[in-house]
Write a protein that binds this ligand. Structure first.
Ligand code: GRG
Length: 294
């Protein structure tokens, strides 16, 4: 199978499973919350994190079908973070994944609850994984909690809010992004290994390194895309964050150095997994994210 065929096959497993896990309507009068959660979760998106879960599971010799609950749980947490990040009290965005944000399509309170519902459903889904040893389930739940929580993505979001109105250093920005974006990507790698029952320390360290390097490269690319997108659509040379004087990789390093750094980090991610058998897909995936259009 080629890279793009395998990517399509993974997504074809993930999307119906995600929809099934979120289809728990009762007809009791609160079904609108399922509608809102599915509106955001089933709105496309690259499915990068759940694909990485399946592919690390495959690389470690596991059954990727058994990794699906963990892959979908991670995508639910990612979707909740996007819904909450778009709220008026956070980034106040109108569009996400090419359509109105959850609070625009529904209302603010429903969007808060849809995010809460997705976060909770993630843990429900992971804990109910079928034909998986209890020890593996607990390990996966811990990975999800640690990376999505206050020492992970939430901590990163707090640093991000603190960086709203003051210039921060490159080291501070690296930490912020390591937590905010990097933690869920690292969690994806760890979850895939855990779902396969892998315990080899070298493999786990390589998986973590891949996630961390890729997370940073991915965020730098995202900052570059923000600038290029704004320049293309608005005829401006600055992005939203630059306009608000928020520190970003391009504002601290300049575009050229950012491109070089993203490429260097991508190759470091590649180097981390190259010694592992079955690394080809992960190598192509990492390289496909450099210079992506979104
Ligand atoms: C508000 C709880 C809370 C957390 C906020 C992760 C995060 C922290 C906010 C998301 C907003 C954002 C722009 C994060 C940077 C990481 C990033 C580029 C997210 C978008 O991920 P993609 O490109 O999205 O994988 P798709 O739509 O493809 O899934």
């Amino acid at each position: 199978m080629t890279f793009s065929e395998q990517l399509k096959a993974d997504i074809a497993l993930i999307e119906p499973a995600l929809e099934k896990y979120l289809s728990r309507e009762t007809g009791e009068g609160y079904d609108r919350i399922f509608e809102a959660a599915k509106y955001s979760a089933m709105a496309g998106g690259k499915r990068l994190r759940p694909v990485i879960v399946l592919e690390f599971c495959r690389l470690c010799g596991g059954d990727i079908e058994k990794a699906l609950p963990f892959a979908c749980a991670l995508e639910m947490i990612h979707t909740y973070s996007l819904i909450h990040d778009d709220l008026p009290c956070m980034d106040n965005d109108d569009l996400r994944r090419g359509r109105p944000t959850c609070h625009k399509a529904f209302d603010e309170a429903t969007a808060v609850l849809a995010g809460d519902g997705l976060l909770t459903a993630a843990f429900e889904t992971a804990s109910a994984a079928k034909d998986v040893p209890a020890e593996t389930i607990v390990r996966c739940i811990r990975i999800l909690g640690e990376n999505a929580g206050m020492n992970g993505m939430i901590g990163g979001q707090v640093l991000d809010m603190g960086a709203e109105h003051r210039k921060i250093s490159l080291d501070e920005l690296r930490l912020l992004q390591k937590l905010k974006t990097g933690c869920l990507l690292r969690a994806a790698c760890e979850l895939g290994c855990a779902a396969a029952g892998a315990t080899d320390e070298d493999t786990l360290a390589r998986a973590r390194a891949y996630g961390e390097k890729l997370g940073l490269a991915f965020q730098i690319e995202d900052d570059i895309l923000d600038i290029e997108g704004d320049a293309a659509t608005l005829g401006k040379s600055i992005g939203k964050d630059a306009a608000s004087e928020k520190s970003t990789f391009p504002s601290l390093l300049g575009l050229e150095e950012c491109r070089e750094l993203a490429a260097k980090l991508t190759e470091e991610a590649v180097d981390a997994v190259k010694p592992l058998d079955g690394h080809a897909f992960l190598v192509e995936l990492a390289r496909s994210l450099t210079g992506r259009t979104r």
